[in-house]
Design a protein around this ligand. Sequence first.
Ligand SMILES: [Ca+2]
Ligand SMILES: [Ca+2]
Ligand SMILES: [Ca+2]
Ligand SMILES: [Ca+2]
Length: 677
Amino acid sequence: MAQDSKSSVVLAEIDLSECSAGKILDYHEPDKRVEEKVFKGWNNALEWGPKQGKRPSSYRVVRDGEVPVLEHHNKTGRCLTTGEPLWGDYTVEAFVRQLNAFTQPNNDDPHAIVGLSGLMVRYQDLRRYYIFGIEGYERFVLYRREDEAWTVLADYRNGVDRSRYYHLRAVCEGQRLACYVDGKQVFVAYDEKFQMGKVGIRTNTRSRMYGVRVTASEPARAAYVSRQSAYDREVAEASEKYPKPVLWKRIDISEYWPCEVRLGDFRGAGKKEIVLQQEMESGLRVVCLDVEGEKQWDKVYAAASRLHKKHRVVHDLDGDGVEDFIGIEGDLLRMVSGRTGEVTAETELPKTGPYLGFRGESVRPYLHKLGALWPCRIRKTEKAQDLILRDGDAAGTGFSIWAYDEELNLRWRQDAHESWYGMYIWFYDVDGDGRDEILPGYQLYDGDGNLLWLMEGAEYIEDSGGAGHVDHAAFGELDGDEGNGPEIGIAGSDPGFFLVDARTGALLRHHRFGHVQGIYAGNFRPDLPGLEMWMGNRWENYGIMNLVSGQGDPLTRFEPDTISQGGPPVNWAGDGEELLFLYSSRDAFGFYDAKGRKVLRPACEGLPFEWAYGFVEDVVGDARDEIVYVHEGAVYIVTQDRSYPPGERIYAPVRKFDISLPGWKLNEGEDHLDDFC
Ligand SMILES: [Ca+2]
Ligand SMILES: [Ca+2]
Ligand SMILES: [Ca+2]
Ligand SMILES: [Ca+2]
């Protein structure tokens, strides 16, 4: 049993003495009084799961003899974490009983078989930490885990009795990690990799724990407090150079509420407006407001409201200046003119491709749920006047795409025989001939549907339960060297991140960072050539953010929460540096620099909320981004508190789905600050 010296302080603990038996840590349980008391300060970091929601708790409190214990009752992975990234020296202890010797694979650890339950120390994120635990029925072991590299630092083999608890204790002092079982020191390991970090408990099988406690000596605690205040000062100093957020306008849209809101140029005004889309009984209503809130356009489209809601896009396909509605109605693909409201083109949907759906059927039931219709420019037209239709839902045996012209004439079909298609489609003009190439997955096609390449090694990608596809891709000039052609940064789900040569499909870099799902390329490091990519994880390792250079080399990694999969770049200062915008939780909400420091929160007086999702757009017109929030019948536009000097060069990137392509212009923006609401 651990004895604390008189000078030690308790940093955290889980005291189950007031818990009655029953399930606990169930996210959906409305009465959270017990959780808020007993687990105050602890994060249930793996509660998010597939299907974008909270998973069943898998935790319960049971009595083992007289003692209330926390039982994880199946083979899913779970952990509870607490503390701060700058915590340094401390002692973590718990009584642990591992009831089952085995576990099962998951997205985080696809080849896991042996059960492991114990204490995490110096926790960096969900895939980097030390763990001192019971492994199978074999041994007590201390691992250093870095993604898929599990390094045994020391172990103690004396058999494990599944019927009893072992008191595990890890004493961390600098590089020295001393581990105790039942009060006896079983080994000491020295490792310099992680010298600070949070703490936690983690298990991947049926196990029970109690007496979880974290203590530190008074000098160790004081050292942490001083590190933390130095860090806070450093972040405050780094923040000073950025303009502060202020509310520019609040535009009342309650008359149209509820409605969909976006910024765009629906009516061909030649500038961005607020475009509202409202479902009415008489049809789909489109209202365009200028940034003063004055109505510029108000039209109901009866024919557009009959198009399937999920399979409907707005795009000026016929090139007459006004955006059109293109969508699926029954077995037809239809275009409704935005100018007239009339159906101006239609065609029967194609029959199924060779892989998805039954032979000879309409493809309608097999269209991709997240986006079946993709306007693009794959012929040499002035405007983007092509349309791609796709089937598929990521997992399957193969997929097809169909290309249409601006009158909805079918030009060609292409099938994927070698590898899965991704969740979306990306376009970029790789060879510079004025026509975009098409990237629906690990293969690139030209505008006539010819296969240009399949990514090197794509045939070896494992489909672990629908996680072998491209989730997002940053497609364009990434490394800053136009001489070697554009590159593609792929968020490849379970296989991690790939950097690919867009001319050949050659694999340039591959990092197994976990289930990489979101990616966004922007100029996050103006001091480095080309763009950098922030990428975020999901499934069993939510919230891990990696910054990778345009050459594919890791730069920064941090975990702002255990929910996020990343966010868009923000051109806030206009000086060439973009910031990462995260809004997945109250904790994470903010703009981050390339060191992972939260330098700004885009919240200000006049907003009726402290954090929310907001879209990133230049509205004011000086090329710097605004954050546009839509909240209960009003649009709030948050901008900078300082004008950018007129006549100076200002950063003006062009955004193109997952990539922010660099650009500069001369600032002609008016001083907008007289203009506050
Ligand atoms: Ca049009
Ligand atoms: Ca091309
Ligand atoms: Ca390049
Ligand atoms: Ca850069």
